[in-house]
Design a protein around this ligand. Structure first.
Ligand SMILES: *Cc1c(COP(=O)(O)O)cnc(C)c1O
Length: 471
């Protein structure tokens, strides 16, 4: 069967449906001589026999290597500018006790955005000074916890919250290390960024003058004059799945100029500037992320030239990659069940589209439903000579939008019992998982040098009923 007009323009017809495109799969994923996928030397059929499906498989060395790549690339690029860079892993992308240990072992710090994420980080033994706390609506209990632990930084999201943190710090006699999250009016996503004057979103302090200076200026003045608040710097996070450096560069420039204005007005050079996360990864062949080194060098060049024009020293820079560290390291392995071919009306006639139902779906990968995210997939348990047909991998939930992979060419003979692997599911999949339709959440297994380690066990029927007080 030839290329299908039903396929989106970005999807190319595969010469070989068993081929693995390097940029999409974790570094140690291969197809063995017998035809099945292996991760760090362990075959998916063995993994599935032991841990069941759906299964999240994490290539541990790949995740660690990406953490190291960000750490080394940014430290090298900024070494002569501000002594290096602190890389905070944005743990909301994928956090388990093991993951917190891995990234901190590789020299990263950890960003959290709830008491629950903080609890996981603490259980992993991450030191409080290496932890950040985000969120636009931190509870008093979360603020108290952060102060009691003495977190390295609490990223303050609003004037309201600044007051709250000040009050808790006064009441408990503690000091809070804070950063202010500003909205520099740069919104970046994938290949484009837009600059807007006004902010109409829930996060951050606006830099736009509202008649009484800007909320950002008022927050800086309030923080500097508060005896229990230690303002360590400013923060900006401009979006996610960003491939180009230009959006980051515009934000960095704007933030540095604002820091110079603060120095001019208050006589204080804030020591730190966080440029957020959002570094893109390849989910499909259409995505072409830049290596960390390219982004780091582009950003360092902008920071260098901007600082040269300003009467302040370069602040210590930090960044917060999430998906770029854990995303490509993970894949999901499903078992195929029901398949069918439908006739789709097209150009006065009909064209076939194959539906392959798998044993998970929107409960283990909400991103397609949530953002229309695209993924790809491959037949993971064998290779076949049959033709490729335009296919849609769908879940087993009671929603017609329950799509895992909207468009992919799969071999025509994919059938019940085959294993289907979906790459680049290491970030925002397990983290966003749910029990919709009372499906048990999958297990998460790490593979490293031929060894497996169960990170999160699969939920059981007892787990599903454990909090039901009528049961
Ligand atoms: C989500 C988030 C990140 C990480 O985003 P990625 O796209 O996973 O890199 C970093 N910083 C903040 C403040 C975030 O909200």
């Amino acid at each position: 069967m030839p290329a299908s007009p039903l396929a989106p323009a970005w999807l190319s017809f595969p010469a070989d449906t068993s081929a693995l495109e390097e940029k999409i799969w974790s570094a140690h994923t291969r197809r063995s001589s017998s035809g099945e996928l292996t991760v760090a030397g362990v075959g998916v059929t063995d993994l599935v026999r032991e841990f069941g499906t759906p299964l999240f498989v994490i290539d541990e060395e790949d995740l660690r290597a990406r953490a190291v790549a960000f750490r080394d690339a940014f430290n090298a690029a900024f070494a002569d500018l501000c002594g290096g860079v602190d890389v905070y892993y944005a743990s909301k992308a994928f956090l388990t006790v093991d993951v917190a240990r891995w990234v901190t072992e590789e020299g990263l710090r950890l960003d959290t955005c709830s008491g629950g994420e903080l609890a996981v980080a603490r259980r992993a033994g991450v030191s409080a000074s290496e932890l950040g706390l985000h969120g636009n609506n931190k509870s008093i209990a979360e603020i108290e916890m952060a102060l009691e632990l003495g977190l390295g930084r609490i990223v303050v999201d609003s004037l309201d919250e600044l007051e709250r943190i000040g009050r808790v710090a006064e009441a408990t006699g503690q000091r809070a290390n804070i950063m202010l999250r500003l909205t520099p009016g740069v919104h970046a996503s994938t290949h484009e960024f837009i600059a807007t004057a006004h902010e109409d979103q829930k996060f951050g302090l606006s830099m736009v003058d509202d008649g009484d200076g800007s909320p950002a200026e008022r927050a800086v003045a309030a923080a500097l004059s508060h005896p229990r608040l230690n303002l360590v710097g400013l923060h900006a996070h401009i979006g996610s799945q960003i491939f180009e450096a230009d959006g980051f560069a515009v934000a960095a420039q704007k933030m540095l100029r604002f820091m110079a204005a603060i120095a001019d007005e208050h006589g204080v050079e804030l020591p730190e500037l966080d440029l957020g996360g959002g570094h893109g990864i390849a989910y499909t062949e259409a995505d072409t992320p830049r290596p960390a080194s390219e982004l780091a060098e582009a950003l360092a060049a902008v920071v260098r030239s901007t600082i040269a024009e300003l009467p302040i020293r370069c602040p210590r820079i930090s960044i917060e990659p999430g998906r770029a560290i854990s995303g490509p390291a993970g894949m999901t392995v499903y078992e195929a069940g029901v398949t069918k071919t439908v006739a789709v009306e097209h150009d006065g006639g009909t064209l076939p589209r194959r539906y392959v139902s798998v044993d998970g779906g929107m409960s283990d990968n909400a991103r397609p439903v949530l953002y229309g995210a695209d993924y790809t997939a491959t037949l993971a348990s064998r290779v076949t000579e049959t033709d490729a047909i335009i296919s849609r991998v769908v879940g087993k939930h009671c929603e017609s939008g329950d799509i895992v992979v909207r468009d992919v060419y799969l071999p025509e003979d994919v059938a019940a019992g085959d294993l289907i692997a979906v790459p680049a599911t290491g970030a925002y999949c397990w983290a966003l998982s749910s029990n919709y339709n009372y499906l048990a959440r999958p297990a998460v297994v790490a593979v490293r040098e031929g060894q497996t380690r169960l990170m999160i066990r699969r939920e059981t029927e007892d787990d599903l009923l454990a909090r039901d007080m009528g049961a």
